[in-house]
Ligand binder design. Sequence first.
Ligand code: ATP
Ligand code: MG
Length: 409
Amino acid sequence: MTNKQAAIKIIKRLSRDGFQALLAGGCVRDMLLGRPASDYDVATSAQPGDVIKLFRRTLKVGAKFGVVIVLLEDKQVEVATFRTETGYADGRHPSVVKFANAAEDASRRDFTINGMFYDPLREKVIDYVDGRADLKKELVRTIGKPKERFSEDYLRMLRAVRFSTQLGFAIEPLTWSAICSNAKNITKISGERIAIELEAILVNPNRSAGTSMLAKSGLAEAIFSGFVGEQAEFAVSVLGQLRKKVDFALALASLFAGCPTEFARERCQILKLSRSQNKHIKFLLTNRGKLLDEKMSLAELKMFLAGPYFWDLYELQRAIQKVKADAKEGIAALSKLRKRIKALGDVELRPKPLLNGHDLIRLGAVPGPALGQLSEEMYIAQLEGELQTPQQAQGWVQKWLQKHRMTEK
Ligand code: ATP
Ligand code: MG
């Protein structure tokens, strides 16, 4: 059973009991565009209590707001009661949720293209908000007055850019000017919600156009204070050179490709990224330029290659070079690096050290910081290919100890 089949089964069951039930929102938009939908949501006249009674397995996650998850086999379908939402005093949470009819439910939604329903039993689109006309015109337009709709929930500004990026649609001029004049208010929205929409914009292949909208509207500067001018222009260009599929961390590092690492790290704090995402971004930004160094030692190259983010660093550097005026030199350095990597064959990047700590102590090294340094230097010599056997390593260590006078006695 597909998600869509599960949703239709639920709609049939609700209809049999006399409730109105329709596919709603994003899936209707995507069906009309002939695109795969990410999820199939059901909107219904049935109240949460009715839904819970009708289906054997449900999750009452948002029953207070009219949302119940219905479980069918391995599928989860969101079944939401037609509702209106009012009283957004804080620009993000509705204070009153009231159950309503389908037309009212359409008018609480964000954009006309997201405000349609589809009745799969009668095979009819139900469009109270002229969504179909805007789909044809390829426009993202708020339902109702843009200023009012954004002041209810400022996240919608970022969602407009997100849908424009994903669908390649323009933002309707009045909707756009309301975004520009309200951009600063995006800071009223939590970093986590901002991050979700920003990720959708930046991982999309159309990310460069999306970022250009973020910069021009003032949203980028509001989210990442001080991120303006040349830095933003550079970001738009670098993002335009990345391969199609990238993850959020690589895209964010590319966004900040023209900024100091510390600046980027501070700006990213608002997004509440995971530790590993922060580590990933830091690695990419602090190592900018390193891959262009043709004198990079073999040991350093092996250590880079053994790390998890090497090819992302390569991709970031490639995109940066494409944008820079002295592109050719950098690109040549990168292709040399590629050849060098190819020539390594399937050499072990992180072999076991030829001698361990006990071996070193047996050879006369004294435990402490110097031992750490010795073992690191020996390992580098090993990666460089200077040391191939434990015997060679022993000879090398003895010389090292003599030079550093680290033997006991
Ligand atoms: P996607 O395909 O990326 O999931 P979607 O259109 O389904 O896009 P969702 O965020 O899943 O977007 O939201 C589902 C629907 O709920 C939207 O199509 C829209 O009708 C409504 N909606 C979501 N967020 C808001 C909001 N902040 N304000 C008003 N309506 C919203
Ligand atoms: Mg959705």
